[in-house]
Design a protein around this ligand. Structure first.
Ligand SMILES: Cc1cc2nc3c(=O)[nH]c(=O)nc-3n(C[C@H](O)[C@H](O)[C@H](O)COP(=O)(O)OP(=O)(O)OC[C@H]3O[C@@H](n4cnc5c(N)ncnc54)[C@H](O)[C@@H]3O)c2cc1C
Length: 263
């Protein structure tokens, strides 16, 4: 059968619109497809939630790809090994020292993306979240404002569009971009020690890793923080290129959100 260019274009446009419109009002909208965001999305979707991720870049995986200093191997500690098992991701124990496991960064990035999509997560790449939608007297977060990344890069004068969600998750990494919107544009206090994004402390792997899941939670009505965004919000220590805390943070947020969605 001859290929028709217009059929190809129509197929792309129609199926993309179906996917986008099906996510116009989701249970959870996650900003950022890093390790924390992808794991959170996967467990949420597996629990029956309707989940969308909006990712600024072309690819998913966030900071996974570069491993440590561009050596694309990832270290995961004992506590997070169960998540790798659950997702069927290959790892090797580090032979010189117990409790450390090595994963190929490419496998981890691809596997987290694949598992999330196969679980039903809708991932929209090339969208930059530039603002949140708020509603009600308490100005609860109830959605996201999206701009195409190329529009942002070219500083074009183009209005963004809006999607709704019962809950929003800030998985934007070090910059905690969504939490900062609450602080800077809404002028509201966050549920952190200072009421603001505290900013991460210097490196201390042991303490930093433990604190990521501990800090994971609702930082403002309707807004959860995960991964390095949680570290930044609560001002705990950075931890260097060890990724277990990111996975555990995503898993914890998914559990908390599934409980909320039930209520
Ligand atoms: C400078 C630097 C320092 C690092 N230091 C540490 C460290 O101390 N400890 C550590 O464990 N790891 C560090 N890392 C590695 C790595 O970033 C993280 O460990 C890990 O990737 C964080 O996972 P995450 O899921 O929280 O966020 P990330 O992997 O950073 O993923 C966040 C994702 O959100 C996307 N995003 C951000 N803003 C928006 C937006 N507005 N709209 C849409 N998408 C958005 C990004 O494109 C990215 O894909 C560092 C990385 C860098 C670049």
């Amino acid at each position: 059968m001859p290929l028709d260019e217009l059929v190809i274009t129509r197929a792309i446009m129609e199926s993309y619109m179906d996917k986008f419109l099906a996510s116009l009002d989701s249970d959870v909208a996650i900003v950022g497809a890093g390790p924390a965001g992808l794991v959170c999305a996967y467990y949420l979707a597996r629990g029956g939630a309707r989940v969308a991720i909006y990712e600024r870049k072309l690819s998913v995986g966030g900071g996974i790809w570069g491993g440590g200093a561009m050596f694309n191997q990832v270290v995961i500690q004992e506590e997070a090994k169960g998540i790798l098992d659950d997702l069927g991701i290959n790892y090797m124990p580090y032979e010189r020292e117990g409790g450390y496991y090595l994963v190929d960064a490419v496998e981890l990035s691809c596997a987290l993306g694949l598992k999330a999509v196969r679980a039903g997560v809708k991932i929209f790449n090339l969208f930059t979240v530039v603002d949140v939608k708020v509603s009600g007297q308490e100005e609860r977060v109830s959605g996201l404002v999206l701009s195409w990344t190329p529009v942002e890069l070219a500083s074009l004068h183009v209005d963004p569009i809006t999607v709704g969600a019962k809950y929003v998750v800030d998985g934007t990494g070090h910059d905690a971009e969504v939490a900062r919107v609450i602080q800077e544009k809404l002028g509201k206090e966050l549920n952190t020690p200072t009421g603001k994004v505290v900013g991460e402390k210097p490196m201390w792997a042991e303490f930093g890793e433990k604190s990521v899941p501990e800090c994971t939670g609702e930082v403002y009505p309707g807004l959860f923080v995960i991964g390095m965004a949680a570290t930044a919000c609560y001002g705990t220590h950075r931890m260097g290129p060890v990724f277990g805390g990111m996975l555990l943070s995503g898993e914890k947020a998914a559990k908390m959100l599934l409980e909320r969605l039930k209520g």
